[in-house]
Design a protein around this ligand. Sequence first.
Ligand code: FE2
Length: 242
Amino acid sequence: MRDGGPLIPRNRAAHPPAYDVDYKTSVTRAPRWPLLSLDSTITEETGPTFGHDLLGPLDNNLILNWTRGEAPAVGERILMHGRVLDENARPVPNTLVEIWQANAGGRYRHMKDTYFAPLDPNFGGCGRTITDDNGCYEFLTIRPGAYPWPNRANDWRPMHIHVSVFGHAFGQRLISQMYFEGDPLIPLCPIAATIKSRSQLDSLVAPLDMARSKPMDYLAYKFDIVLRGRRQTMFENKPEGM
Ligand SMILES: [Fe+2]
């Protein structure tokens, strides 16, 4: 076990409920019975582990990875960057961060996406990277477009990037979405509204970060991700007599 100690229980009050009446598909896919709490196993506490040799050089560059560097995607160039931390504010190094998103017109490269915005032949919409020793990650991509979805009469998703982070234990795995500072569709979105706490929703809205933007190239947005932590610190976990 990398850091030792069991995981801190998930704070369910900080996560959206599985069932929300304004989010139509949650009605049929949410559990109907109360959840059971099970103790985590060794496997869940200790895996998975990732190595940098898994990655290709363009895996975190969504502008170029679909064409293997041949032609850039259409759209407003942005850098998405931040740190993966645990809830004790310790960096989570060497963990896999995956993202997926719509193209600049709001269309996914997915057979079930029938929105009439065109596909970009130079944009796939997926990327991955592994955090460095300080828990830092970054992706070069394009700003995704907002898109309509069949929910209530006229619902639109704000601009967003989907994120999956594994952490150092399966029990830390987090799937979430990053929104963009200043997007007027955020307060209108039924999915964003499943998060009842304003401060929790704000933690999913990445601020513009001019300090990391590159002149005449791209704007930057900073998005820090916090996973469950462990009860014990490394210091407390030192073997007896050390
Ligand atoms: Fe989406």
